[in-house]
Write a protein that binds this ligand. Sequence first.
Ligand SMILES: *Cc1c(COP(=O)(O)O)cnc(C)c1O
Length: 500
Amino acid sequence: MHYRSTRKGTARVSSAEAIKRGLSDDGGLFVPESFPSLSIDTIKKLVSEPYSKRAAYVMSLFLSDFSKNELIRYSESAYSSGNGQGFDHKEIAPLYRIKNNTFFLELWHGPTCAFKDMALQIMPQLLTASLHKTGEKRKVCILVATSGDTGKAALEGFCDVPGTEIVVFYPRDGVSDVQELQMVSQAGENVKVIAVDGNFDDAQTGVKGIIADELFCHELDHLGYFLSSANSINWGRLVPQIAYYVSAYCDLLKYNDIKPGDTINFCVPTGNFGNILAAYYAQRMGLPVNKLICASNRNDVLTQFINTGVYDKNRSFYTTVSPSMDILVSSNLERLLFELSGKSGDTVASYMSALSAEGSYGVPDRVRNELCRIFASGRCGEEETLKTIGDTYNESDYLIDTHTAVAYKVLNDYRANTGDERTAVVVSTASPFKFCSDVLKALGRPHLGSGVKLIDTLSEMTGCLIPSPLAGLKSKNQRFSETVKIGSMKKAVMDFIGGR
Ligand SMILES: *Cc1c(COP(=O)(O)O)cnc(C)c1O
């Protein structure tokens, strides 16, 4: 299986090369040349396998320069549980049934309690293997700009991985108290965590600027390093995510909730379009999916795009209770546009240049019709998000986080509007304990203040068990306390690498 760019470039690269480079030279994203197929018979065979074997199988269809045994080895070490290590649920990505035909796919049982672990627990192994496979002699320095969840998941994943260093930048006032302490207490010899005097967009622009700075990269090259990124444009983050959609279908079969071949709906709380894109890829491989429901918060640029065929980022940006979905430019949408435009790199390049020049682009009716055939979408505002958490808890005794609540509300609206009551899976992306203060507000306790002590309060109030990685958090020491101005991010990277 080879990969090509979503834009003009016609060069084909191997999967190891795609994972090592992250982004194509023409600014496009790497996409598989074709989709491997997954038959119902194969899916049936995976039903009796544990999560790690299901994931290794799905990844092997895309990563042809990795051996089957190699992938099983990486997968078994990434997706393990027990002894207070790795995942805190033996099924890794379990389904929770809330009513007859409605399930939550809990993707937050990993070491940082958000779905980013599903990819970032295995991506470092895929990346370091890719360096060997491509004959790369330099070490890699991973730069991350995070709005909270990616940073911690990347730190855990890359912590003390030989041949790698990782620097995470987060907006000083833009992450939750739990998220901040998770990051600044990170252990490991090869990690650095820095607050940025600015918002998430500033941090992200800063990181992109550093990676594109040729002179700086040349200096790092002399020190034996090259820069890469661990955000969701990297194929090494996307491919592990396809696996949990297949696994969810296997589990529905396993417990006789559906029959082989039955179609189901997935509803995904969406930000950068990585998670839902993985569901689309699973569908393209043959997983029986009826609709992919794209759930937006108040920043509903994607819902508007699916409904109108016009992507327009010239709009207000809102800070919401579901911060990981606060985004106006969803990078991975480019990969979907590529597929829906008949794999035309020229067409995608023209959309992307219109997006950077004018802030918007429109797709022709043919593409829009395809979008509406595959996707449904909806938006959930702030009040509705909190109300959904409260209602779900009161009616079903099940606690969900702010992002998952957006998706659950959008699914309920979709069902009311369409009458499509078939089996649906809501993708649950974070533990409610990561967003304690808003979850407590949703449960009618708005005045409890802030800070990581609310983890205990939420547990006492609901009787829900604190996930073990968060239980020990309040006694952790702050290791990192540096704040830099946007203009000094590059120097901070050099100080770190130069001192190695
Ligand atoms: C990252 C994240 C999302 C958004 O996922 P995308 O792949 O960017 O669409 C949703 N919920 C949570 C909790 C996240 O951390």
